[in-house]
Design a protein around this ligand. Sequence first.
Ligand SMILES: [Fe+2]
Length: 204
Amino acid sequence: MLMRPAIQRRLVLLAPALLAMPAGAQGLRTPAQMEGPYYPRAIPADADADLLRVAGQPAAARGIPLLLTGLVRGPDGAALPGARIEIWQADAAGIYLHPRDPRLAERDAGFQGYGRAVADGDGRYAFRTIRPGLYPGRTPHIHLRAQPAAGDAALTTQVYFPDAPQNEGDGLLRRLPPAARQLLMARLSPVDGGQRAEFDIFLA
Ligand SMILES: [Fe+2]
């Protein structure tokens, strides 16, 4: 009987710590998704994390500016500084920087289409990009690949937008169970002149 209050106290103390645990520590994994046909055939000369500006192009990208940011975490929930992130996506008119895109000639030259970033000391990455435009057959999405600094377990997936009405009709998204689908949804919030999309990446 003497032990019971002590145990109860310990449980009460533990509860907030459990709630504060990063999702990655609870065994979550970001689901993989297909690479798709439009990973760049050649990495562009300007491949930095600011897709709104292309070196040598006078005009900035068209579309709704988007700050895509989040944490990269390993299997134990710990942040993964130095993880390498790549994104590639359609421009505001739904056109990819890829020779197989039938509308390549009309693409926005001011939009970089592809970018790379390295997670900082806290495991955080950030890209300046736009809300991707629609193209036939898909809901809006950003392709993303993440690779930890150590090891070779790269993850290829796609980032989605919870406010997109096309989500319900998207074959790739619809085949996922609800919990997996949720892990691929960015958390959106308004920022000056655009949106912020928070997307954490949980690597296996
Ligand atoms: Fe795509």
